[in-house]
Design a binder for this molecule. Structure first.
Ligand code: EPZ
Length: 420
């Protein structure tokens, strides 16, 4: 398993291009199962999660052709089941359930199982599909769903932590081919949900209200092929913005959508980070001593849980006390013990981490546990004195395209140690 060896202390400087959003492209790839006609998706990031989803679509009979940062997908015919061995590798693949059910009236998909950041049940996904008339049975680790015709319905999709992003996506994709009108209340409002709705509408669907808590879908008989460019990855952009601030550097993000990152940019400004718009680009630098800020992760448009770990690193470098509360996933503090290895002073109290910041970090070998925690460890290594080795960077390759290459271009002293 590859690792990164980072020599810390070099401020990041220069320009970085932000890629397409992982969390938008995965459900959009699944949505191509809704039509037998060809679809083309542009600005597709080159990530292992995208490769997994491509394998899953191919295992269902779809033709998937990568062309640079574009993907040509055609699911002329669908066969088989959503294979456990593929699905277990990437939870996001659960979003094939809705399209398979809508397209062929039945689907068998492996239960995704939990992951290190939380139990991550899919009860809301199943509740939503049931309210559209699906019969659901769980058997030997597989979900069996069946419905001769899905029927539109008004349903509430809010859960114990608020809306569900992929649950909203699954129900939306099932409802586009259902009879009648579906109204999803307490829908997720993430930009990735809007991007999926835009793609579905480009295929001939009738989805309105995406981006708000109430989404209305008027079912249509069938859908045609479409072409679509995926939105920018707001979490990749947030990660590079925080890395710039943590290393006291100056980085310009090209292609980032500031309107999708308001909560992150707001907290960075509050912490003393300078954010400038240079035409469509965003320049990140520091013009003052950092100030401690408190963060609570919330559904969109609140502070994203996917930027919590990275922001915690910035707070370890900031003199004073900051409290970081995780409200979305019950065990998303895996990075805390690894940051302690670099000398960070963080105490966990229930859903909150109390960060006593300001003490310089010193490099050490650390272990990546999940995608965003690993990105945080890279930022910590860049800011720390001495060398840090981040092991198991396959976690990073799942959600960041060539992170080490992009950081080296910004002056980072880091190399990828490939496992021989
Ligand atoms: C999406 O996951 C993202 N993944 C996650 O990004 C992101 O952290 C999450 O949304 C929240 O923003 C993709 O888009 C592929 P949820 P998703 O359903 O849809 C509970 C990353 O780092 N819940 O919105 O799976 C759930 O346990 C990844 O890129 C239920 O209780 O998340 C959680 O506590 C990590 N029942 C909360 O809701 C359900 O049926 C929000 O989860 C579904 C969810």
């Amino acid at each position: 398993m590859d690792s990164f060896l980072i020599k810390g202390g070099a401020p990041l400087h220069g320009d970085v291009a932000i890629g397409g959003a992982k969390n938008a492209v995965l459900p959009i790839m699944a949505a191509t199962l809704l039509t037998p006609e060809p679809c083309v998706i542009h600005r597709v990031p080159n990530l292992s999660d995208v490769q997994f989803m491509s394998k899953i679509l191919a295992s269902l009979g779809a033709e998937v052709k990568p062309q640079g940062h574009s993907l040509a997908i055609r699911a002329a015919k669908i066969k088989g089941v959503g294979d456990y061995d593929l699905i277990r590798k990437m939870r996001g693949s659960i979003c094939i359930l809705g399209p398979l059910l809508a397209r062929q009236g039945h689907a068998i998909v492996s239960l995704p199982g939990g992951c290190v950041i939380g139990a991550r049940p899919i009860d809301l996904h199943l509740k939503g599909l049931k309210e559209l008339g699906a019969k659901i049975r769980i058997d030997s680790g597989y979900i069996h769903v069946r419905a001769r015709r899905l029927a539109g319905n008004a349903l509430f999709l809010g859960g114990r932590c608020g809306p569900t992003v992929l649950g909203t996506a699954n129900v939306m994709m099932a409802a586009v081919l259902a009879d009648g009108v579906t109204i999803i209340e307490s829908a997720a409002c993430e930009p990735e949900v809007i991007d999926l709705a835009d793609f579905l509408n480009a295929m001939g669907a009738r989805v309105s209200g995406a981006g708000g808590p109430t989404i209305t879908i008027t079912g249509v008989k069938d859908l045609h092929g479409a072409e679509h460019e995926v939105i920018a990855d707001r979490i990749e952009a947030a990660t590079f913005a925080i890395a710039a601030a943590a290393t006291n550097g100056e980085v310009t993000l090209h292609g980032a959508r500031a309107d999708h990152m308001r909560a992150v940019l707001d907290k960075l400004r509050e912490a003393g980070v300078k954010i400038e718009r240079i035409g469509p680009a965003l320049k990140i630098s520091r013009n003052a001593r950092l100030k401690p800020v408190d963060i609570t992760t919330l559904p969109y448009s609140g502070f994203p849980t996917d930027a919590q770990a990275q922001m915690m690193v910035l707070m370890t470098l900031t003199p004073g006390i900051s409290i970081i509360t995780e409200r979305i996933f019950e065990s998303r503090f895996m990075h805390v013990s690894e940051l302690a290895r670099l000398g960070a002073d963080i105490a966990i109290e229930g859903p909150s981490a109390i960060v006593k910041g300001g003490k310089p970090l010193s490099g050490a070998p650390v272990m990546a546990s999940d995608l965003r925690a690993s990105a945080a460890l890279v930022i910590a290594g860049l800011a720390a004195r001495g060398s840090t080795q981040v092991n198991r960077v396959y976690h990073i390759d799942r959600g960041y395209e060539q992170m080490d290459v992009k950081l080296r271009k910004l002056g980072a002293r880091m190399e990828r140690l490939e496992e021989t």
